[in-house]
Design a protein around this ligand. Structure first.
Ligand SMILES: Cc1ncc(COP(=O)(O)O)c(C=O)c1O
Length: 370
């Protein structure tokens, strides 16, 4: 709030209030760089992770083509968020060859398939740190051939997973503020000094000309503050939300262990099995034997704020394309909920959420009170 009061001017203005706003902005950039252990020049503020991913993917593909010759191969997977997949599809329409690697039932890539794909010459690899729907942590490459430009969408990993040193190989990395309690409308694109990246917006020269447009010192300051807290609290976030997930799963598994369920009633867990790398706060559950179309409204009425896929696709009646790419049929993909616990939620909230979900399941499976 102090940053909002103190930095109302445009940070590009040369007068005293402008210089002050610039100082607030640059201090935020320094603090973000300190958490990322990078040079402050590498930190660009954007309006959302969607914007930052578009810039990273479109900007790198165009720069690689302009400077290195033929259109590079694009390597990615259908587990990516639409903020990455949609710009990749745009590039595919422009003639860039797109290779989508296969997914296992939890939306994970195979490390072997990824290594093979990377060994075939110049490429732009777009790979998320962790999947927003199933929580799967992707196998980040151990090393990269020189001709590969690596873009990582880190929106889901930061603050939830311990820092992964393999991220240092990424030419560009995206973080989304509202994923770790910064206000909505602010994200960071880290662009390594040696990364090739063309701007996608034509405008002024702010932020090395790569992301022109007036920056928001107040949102940047809030981002830096939330980021420091998320890095500090990552361990306890992980412990608490893991407890919440465990407690909720106890309730839900108990429901499906009962003997009086209708024929065909079955639980399918789409998140990675216990003990495998996963986001600590995320569950993805499918319920066989029901028409899933009323499921989310029923959960909402029970006080459960769940989704079925990416929040940005919530208005769509289509089932999650990620789950479809994992092999779920249309009916099961429709009968799916994605659960994500937040800061301050632990075992008690997990038990409560599990109990509420069981109430909904009793109604949709039309079984008596147990
Ligand atoms: C993995 C991932 N990437 C990108 C985004 C887009 O983020 P934003 O809402 O900041 O545009 C999200 C949002 O849910 C996400 O989960």
């Amino acid at each position: 709030m102090r940053a909002v009061r103190e930095a109302p001017a445009n940070p590009a203005s040369l007068h005293r209030p402008g210089r002050h706003a610039q100082a607030v902005l640059e201090q935020a950039r320094d603090r973000v760089a300190a958490v990322l252990r990078c040079n402050a020049r590498e930190v660009l503020f954007c309006g959302s992770a969607t914007e930052a991913n578009n810039l990273a993917v479109l900007g790198a593909a165009r720069a690689l083509e302009r400077l290195n010759g033929p259109k590079p191969r694009l390597i990615s997977s259908l587990a990516e968020h639409p903020a990455v997949l949609s710009p990749l599809r745009l590039l595919q329409q422009e003639g860039f060859p797109l290779v989508c690697l296969g997914l296992d039932p939890c939306a994970r890539l195979s490390a072997e398939e990824l290594t093979e794909a990377l060994d075939c010459g110049p490429a732009l690899l777009a790979l998320q740190w962790a999947n927003n729907e199933t929580g799967a942590v992707q196998p980040l490459p151990e090393s990269l051939p020189g001709a590969v430009h690596f873009h990582c969408d880190g929106a889901q990993g930061f603050g939830k997973l311990p820092w992964d040193p393999r991220l240092a190989q990424a030419s560009t990395l995206v973080l989304s503020g509202h994923k770790f309690r910064a206000p909505k409308g602010i994200a960071v694109l880290q662009v390594r000094d040696d990364a090739l990246l063309d701007p996608v917006l034509a405008g002024g020269g702010q932020q090395r000309g790569i992301r022109p447009g007036t920056e928001s010192p107040e949102l940047a300051a809030a981002f830096a503050c939330a980021m420091e807290l998320a890095a500090r609290d990552q361990d306890s976030f992980s412990l608490q939300t893991r407890e919440a997930c465990r407690a909720m799963m106890g309730e839900v598994r108990g429901f499906f262990a009962a003997k009086d369920l209708p024929a065909g009633a079955r639980l399918q867990e789409n998140h990675p099995p216990a003990g495998e790398p996963t986001l600590p706060n995320t569950l993805n559950l499918s319920f066989a034997g029901i028409d899933g179309r009323g499921l989310l409204p029923a959960c909402d009425a029970e006080g459960l704020a769940l989704s079925s896929g990416s929040a940005c696709s919530s208005g769509s009646s289509q089932p999650s394309p990620v789950l479809r790419a994992c092999g779920l049929d249309l009916k099961l993909a429709r009968a799916t909920v994605r659960v994500s616990f937040g800061w301050g939620q632990g075992r008690a909230e997990g038990e409560d959420a599990g109990g509420r979900l069981c109430q909904v399941l009793r109604r949709v499976y039309k079984c008596g009170k147990r």
